[in-house]
Design a protein around this ligand. Structure first.
Ligand SMILES: NC(=O)c1ccc[n+]([C@@H]2O[C@H](COP(=O)([O-])OP(=O)(O)OC[C@H]3O[C@@H](n4cnc5c(N)ncnc54)[C@H](OP(=O)(O)O)[C@@H]3O)[C@@H](O)[C@H]2O)c1
Length: 291
């Protein structure tokens, strides 16, 4: 089994990568900013640079030497305490890393996916206003890519993160609906690990917000929050096919340590929003709209 993965170097993804790599006859190609620190098969990838995404895709192709990808797990993610970060391509960094770079990688690797391949994109229930009051109520990809200049704080940064995770979910839905997915019987899943304290995701949170993480970690058993190992294990199960989605379900959500298959938010279910995001993302990364 040939597996390509992002975000396998820390947090829940590290546990997922370990579990995937332990499956017999598995070849894991990880993309990471610091490839020297990763296991064998780790290739350089900085999702904050679209040029790096293109180079990574080329290196993956070379490493595969004609073999097809059985699992594509797009798990890397980042979160900032404000809206002030920009990539070298000029995009707001959470949108660029979490969504745009993964969209580009997906598009570049689509032709290499095997028959029956699994594509798992890590999203978050923070995309959903039923869970997160700061979740997006509408989606304007251009505004996410280039937020209006001005002061921004924690709420704006968290909103941008939640919106990028909505983009992950819409991208998964768009792929699942595509003619290619039907023709090649791809298994497409948007995976929400749920709030999982103990990873590095919240390292940019301001000091006043950090106690939320510490208190949640302390209350983990009572709240039945997953550990990074449990959340990574569920990701590995979805990626390797140990757990298979029920028919026509795309959104897998870990709730109280159990995998569930709920409806995503109203906005995430809108086909017009989904098509618009796909088209605008294609334009931003310089690809034609059709996959
Ligand atoms: N933890 C939660 O509560 C939670 C809840 C819902 C969804 N999620 C999602 O779960 C996924 C994993 O998050 P986590 O909590 O495990 O966070 P984490 O510990 O911060 O791990 C994030 C991973 O993404 C990688 N990454 C970040 N920026 C990158 C870049 N520019 N280029 C390449 N790789 C980059 C990191 O690599 P480095 O090792 O180089 O930093 C790391 O492997 C994310 O998509 C996140 O949105 C997390």
């Amino acid at each position: 089994m040939n597996v390509v993965m992002t975000g396998g170097t820390s947090g829940l993804g590290r546990f997922a990568a370990q579990r995937i790599a332990a499956v017999p006859d598995t070849r894991l190609l990880l993309g990471a900013r610091n490839p020297g620190a990763g296991p064998a098969g780790t290739l350089p990838l900085d999702l904050a640079r679209l040029a790096s995404v293109r180079q990574f895709a080329q290196k993956v192709e070379a490493s595969l030497a004609g073999r097809a990808i059985d699992v594509l797990a797009l798990n890397a993610g980042t979160q900032f305490g404000n809206l002030g970060n920009r990539t070298e391509d000029g995009f707001e960094t959470a949108f660029a890393v979490n969504h745009l770079a993964h969209y580009l990688l997906l598009r570049l690797l689509l032709p290499r996916l095997a028959e029956g391949a699994a594509v798992v994109i890590t999203t978050s229930d923070t995309h959903d206003p039923r869970v997160n009051p700061l979740a997006p109520r509408h989606l304007d990809p251009e505004r996410l890519a280039h937020p209006a200049p001005g002061r921004s704080g924690f709420r704006d940064g968290f909103r941008a993160y939640a919106a990028s995770k909505l983009c992950n979910l819409l991208t998964a839905r768009a792929l699942a609906r595509s003619a290619d997915a039907a023709q090649h019987q791809w298994r497409v899943i948007a995976y929400n690990p749920g709030f999982t304290p103990g990873t590095s995701l919240n390292q940019d949170w301001p000091s006043w917000a950090r106690p939320v993480i510490a208190i949640s970690a302390a209350l983990r058993p009572v709240l039945r929050l997953a550990t990074p190992e449990q959340a990574g294990g569920a990701l590995a199960d979805l990626a390797t096919g140990r757990v298979v989605p029920p028919p026509h379900r795309v959104y897998a959500s870990l709730v109280r340590r159990r995998l569930t298959w709920p409806d995503p938010s109203d906005l995430a279910r809108r086909d017009d929003v989904m098509h618009d995001l796909w088209q605008q993302s294609a334009r931003m990364v310089g690809l034609p709209e059709a996959p």
